[in-house]
Design a binder for this molecule. Structure first.
Ligand SMILES: Cc1cc2nc3c(=O)[nH]c(=O)nc-3n(C[C@H](O)[C@H](O)[C@H](O)COP(=O)(O)OP(=O)(O)OC[C@H]3O[C@@H](n4cnc5c(N)ncnc54)[C@H](O)[C@@H]3O)c2cc1C
Ligand code: SF4
Length: 338
């Protein structure tokens, strides 16, 4: 581990001021990702700005009828908060599908948004990696790429974003509130994470000296017809190979509104307006769901070890939409779908 300085921010303005003064500093919240990366020598901040005691720990009603989640609300508190269990059960399911109870107690809402990829080469500083060291190449494209992306990849990087929580936030149309030296701004969750393009070192559109202060959920939470299906190698304590957040608003058997977001398949939570349009106005049945899956995966491209993800995603989408339409989210079982 490298030498670094440590300071505790007094308030949000102080955190932003300290970050603007030192471009090589990093905010630290729960530390469950950043400290691992520092131990592996992947991240080498000159200074840690501890934001964990800032007053950003409340979950409350937002003025527009939605819910406001402070950036430091721990993942476990969020998953069990009554406003979330009652109004956004899809989000609660996604959070509880991630990590372990101990990690969820430490992990913050803001840190979950900004956690970095689990690509093995990103963690191994002896290998080329354009995300860790721009311009060195991508070891995964011709290497072991079982956990890598099948959508939105580039010749520079095929990494995935590993979060479960963000997949549900994408499906729910959440917004991210941030503060920087120029003041506050709001970024739709769908525009918060980036595709790799030729700058894979940038995971998000957050500017270097901005801090995430909150996530806002809109009023509609899809409480009746939803599911979060996470497909992975083990049923606990493993990142998703493919995950699906599905939410429907039904009128009889007709789909009035549909939300579909995938995790584990791209550099960001993957939402496709064409796939959701293929569901809207249609009868909620297997043929409709299969067609929507085909639309969503029309440009999917596999690599040597991860082509299986295309079929896994196709079956997962159909399964998740079927569960959502039934209105009773089923316990997940990898065996049922493989
Ligand atoms: C063994 C293991 C298994 C895991 N399994 C899963 C899983 O299955 N699913 C899943 O979704 N996640 C999983 N995780 C990841 C976990 O959810 C993240 O590590 C956690 O959410 C990060 O939150 P944190 O508060 O600890 O972030 P930190 O480690 O403190 O920070 C992470 C990054 O975010 C930045 N940051 C933090 N807060 C802010 C803020 N408010 N504004 C700006 N920047 C900020 C930091 O500078 C840093 O770059 C796992 C982690 C581990 C270690
Ligand atoms: S996929 Fe991305 S993170 Fe992984 S080695 Fe390639 S450039 Fe690095």
């Amino acid at each position: 581990m490298i030498n670094f300085q440590y300071v505790r921010a007094a308030d949000v303005a102080d955190a932003v001021r300290r970050m603007a003064a030192d471009p090589t500093a990093k905010f630290i919240a729960g530390g469950t990702n950043l400290i691992d990366l520092m131990k592996e020598d992947v991240e080498r901040p000159s200074r840690l700005i501890d934001i964990s005691r800032l007053p950003l720990r409340t979950v409350e009603q937002a003025p527009g009828g939605g819910v406001w989640i402070g950036a430091l609300v721990p993942n476990s508190d969020l998953a069990y908060h009554p406003l979330v269990t009652q109004r956004y059960p899809l989000l609660a399911s996604a959070i509880l599908a991630g990590a372990s109870a101990q990690l969820r107690n430490m992990a913050s809402t803001g840190g979950n948004l900004l956690q970095r990829t689990r690509c093995y080469y990103f963690y191994d500083i002896t290998t080329p990696c354009n995300k860790r060291a721009p311009g060195t190449g991508c070891s995964a494209i011709k290497g072991i790429n079982r956990i890598h992306a099948i959508l939105g990849t580039s010749e520079a990087c095929i990494a995935t974003h590993p979060s479960d929580m963000c997949v549900a936030l994408a499906a729910l149309d959440a917004k991210v509130h941030v503060t920087g030296p120029m003041g506050e701004r709001t970024i739709p969750l769908s525009e918060f994470h980036r595709l790799p393009g030729d700058t894979p070192q940038l995971d998000t559109n957050l500017r270097q000296n901005e801090i995430v202060t909150a996530v806002e959920l809109p009023a509609q939470g899809f409480t009746s017809n939803y599911t979060y299906l996470k497909l992975r190698d083990r049923l606990s304590y493993a990142f998703a190979l493919v995950s699906i957040a599905a939410a429907l608003e039904l009128e009889g058997r007709t789909i009035k509104k549909a939300r579909l977001a995938l995790g584990g398949v791209a550099h960001k939570p993957w939402r496709d307006p064409a796939a959701e349009a293929a569901l809207r106005g249609q009868v909620a049945n297997r043929a409709t769901f299969t067609h929507a899956a085909d639309v969503l995966l029309r440009e999917a491209k596999g690599y040597e070890h991860n082509s299986f993800k295309i079929e896994l995603a196709r079956r997962g989408i159909v399964r998740a939409l079927t569960q959502a339409a039934q209105g009773t989210p089923q316990p997940q079982s990898k065996k049922e779908i493989l």
